[in-house]
Write a protein that binds this ligand. Structure first.
Ligand code: SF4
Ligand code: SF4
Length: 106
């Protein structure tokens, strides 16, 4: 009887892992996607670039073509359709330049 244990546990463990994968994949397939819209109060931006370091989809950059009232190149988002609305950029900005609107896609 004890000889069966490792094999049974192994089968059980394998079965649980397989079910987990199936459940995870099912969950991912049905999970709603989030979309975000980011707005910059750009004259408050001091060009520290912190927000560019925390975006998981790398869509924040400094706009080298413009200079704000403080004399800095302001942060901007070029591909807003890629924003997932995580809010990281707004959270890290020390000067409260950024606001994020988040909505779920249907
Ligand atoms: S809300 Fe998130 S995904 Fe959108 S720009 Fe900010 S850090 Fe990037
Ligand atoms: S973190 Fe804020 S102040 Fe710094 S570059 Fe980004 S928007 Fe500008």
């Amino acid at each position: 009887m004890t000889g069966d244990c490792p094999s049974n546990l192994g089968d059980y463990s394998k079965s649980v892992k397989e079910k987990s994968v199936v459940n995870l994949q099912g969950g991912l397939n049905t999970m709603a996607k989030a979309r975000g819209k980011v707005a910059f109060n750009e004259d408050l931006c001091k060009g520290c670039e912190l927000c560019t370091t925390v975006c998981p989809v790398n869509i924040i950059e400094m706009d080298r073509t413009r200079i704000n009232i403080k004399g800095y190149h302001p942060a901007t988002v070029k591909e807003m359709d890629k924003c997932i609305g995580c809010g990281n950029c707004a959270t890290i900005c020390p000067d409260v330049v950024i606001s994020v609107e988040r909505e779920m896609e249907k």
